[in-house]
Design a protein. Structure first.
Length: 518
């Protein structure tokens, strides 16, 4: 059992102290050794959990628990209607969703600070590995919704399976989050969100069915906070967060479209990173320091799986101009940065898990229009634009004997599935891994764009599937098999009850790289 070590200071008013104020709801199992106090002139809060709850980054003995107090999320100012004061928030973890007698196994108090938009990042420890838990918060007598989470399996153990989902790109203006309804219903063990959680900009209007309260492009801390608040008011997004722990990374729109290591001011980076941290279930280790944020990290799931979460924005060289072969293939240029690249290659030297999965943002496999080695008609924002980095990392896992490599990707607003090779121009080059790419939650709106031509597919035979509809990917991992189901949902621009369907299923056998129909 771990409690926040920071004492209450004179600016803290104890909303939801150890005993409830008159008429407040008491937490079962909470101490009643001290009365609740409220600073002079500070009014009682309205229900402060309008943004829901979340958990993330599980370990065998713990998890991050998140909430953000905001009784009026869309108020201007970025503080969601909260007063200018810090708030004590209680949290509880239980073995059942009713929090009945004997079910509570961990509890504590965390300070929700005005300077961090009253976000809470509690990190309980001492939990049992590989089991389901439930959690909730209390502030000023108000109980939050209940969230479900799971801990990672014990170190050295081989779980029978892992069920996870991954998703990306949820432009609020471009539709309703039907895909999150499907994720919530699946109740997976993990959810990976691979970037573009918010969009800083406004869209063209062609597919807009929902509007922003603040219509200007977000580029200040106040505006980023407000943008996250509006996204998090969505009930389906809240349900998906409450259904399972999340692993999150950012892409570009959390700051600005197609940003890189050189084209943003330190002030804007600092604002975007701070708002991202405040609104995600991240550990204190990921708290931004000035205009930088240590986002790349690793999660172990027993001896079954190891997740490497990458940051392909913060350290990348500027994007090349289109068709610039000498720049796109320059070995001195990087998409990951030297430190992150070495961190990844060094990890490949050890094989503690049956499967290695890279959770990252932009297309990893080659997509070449004309199939000619001497031209460079690929995306300069994806790994194609940083081909030498891709070659070093791919060769690194081959040379170090990584047994089963799978790359999980977002960004491109379509489902894709691809085999990975060291040489994509040699169509007989050995297959060395798999890439699974999720479509968007809403970005791209109705979808239904034309499929790649037969000629294009002939130039890219490693591409096995693509689909331009909204949705997500759900996967089941066992020691012997990865099964990936590409889910599609009701068009996001249609405000109706969501329907979810499986469009295509692929399998990858352990020890046998390459996609197989399933």
């Amino acid at each position: 059992m771990r409690k926040d070590p920071n004492p209450l200071n004179r600016r803290t008013f104890v909303l939801g102290g150890l005993a409830a104020a008159a008429g407040a709801v008491a937490l079962p199992g909470a101490s009643s050794s001290a009365p609740a106090r409220r600073g002079a002139g500070i009014q009682a809060l309205r229900f402060p959990f309008e943004l829901g709850v979340a958990s993330g980054d599980p370990t065998p003995d713990g998890v991050v628990l998140w909430t953000r107090l905001a009784p009026a999320p869309l108020n201007t100012g970025g503080h969601g209607g909260m007063p200018n004061a810090d708030v004590a928030v209680e949290w509880q973890v239980a073995t059942d969703a009713t929090f009945g007698t004997g079910a509570i196994v961990a509890s504590g108090t965390q300070i929700a600070r005005y300077a961090e938009a009253h976000s809470v990042h509690a990190e309980p420890t001492g939990l049992q590995p590989g089991r389901e838990y439930f959690y909730r918060f209390r502030a000023d007598g108000h109980l939050s919704p209940v969230g479900r989470t799971v801990t990672a399996p014990a170190a050295g153990s081989m779980p029978a399976q892992l069920r996870f989902a991954f998703a990306s790109c949820q432009h609020f203006e471009q539709g309703w989050y039907h895909a999150h309804s499907g994720i919530a219903a699946d109740r997976p063990d993990l959810v990976l969100f691979l970037g573009d959680y918010i969009y800083e900009n406004t869209s063209s209007g062609l597919e807009d069915v929902r509007g922003y309260v603040l219509s200007d492009e977000a580029d200040t801390l106040t505006e980023y906070r407000h943008r996250y608040a509006q996204y998090r008011t969505d009930p389906n997004l809240q349900a998906a967060h409450a259904a399972a722990p999340w692993l999150v990374v950012f892409d570009d729109h959390e700051l600005e479209n197609n940003w890189n290591s050189t084209n943003q001011s330190a002030a804007r980076r600092q604002a975007a990173f701070q708002a991202f941290y405040e609104n995600m279930p991240l550990r204190a280790a990921q708290r931004p320091v000035s205009s930088s944020m240590l986002l790349y990290r690793r999660l172990q799931w027993g001896t079954l799986a190891r997740f490497h979460l990458l940051d392909t924005r913060q350290y990348r060289a500027p994007q090349a101009l289109p068709l610039s072969c000498s720049v796109m293939r320059d070995p001195a240029r990087t998409i990951a940065g030297a430190a992150q690249e070495q961190w990844l290659l060094q990890a490949f030297e050890q094989h503690p898990a049956r499967w290695d999965l890279l959770g990252q943002q932009v297309f990893f496999a080659q997509r070449d229009d004309d199939g000619l080695r001497g031209t460079c008609d690929q995306s300069t924002d994806a790994w194609d634009g940083y081909a030498a980095t891709r070659d070093r990392i791919a060769a690194g896992w081959v040379q170090r004997g990584v047994p089963n490599m799978v790359v999980l990707t977002g960004d491109v607003h379509r489902h894709w599935a691809a085999d990975l090779r060291l040489d994509y121009y040699n169509h007989s080059s050995p297959i060395i891994g798999t890439e699974l790419v999720t479509t968007s939650i809403t970005s791209g709106g109705r979808g239904g764009g034309s499929a790649p031509s037969a000629g294009w597919l002939a130039n890219n035979p490693h591409i096995k599937y693509t689909q331009d509809q909204r949705g997500y990917v759900r996967a089941t991992l066992t020691p012997d098999l990865l099964t990936a189901e590409f889910m599609i949902v009701t068009p996001s621009v249609v405000a109706s009850t969501a329907t979810t369907a499986m469009d295509r299923r692929f399998a990858v056998q352990a020890g046998r790289p390459g996609l197989q129909p399933a």
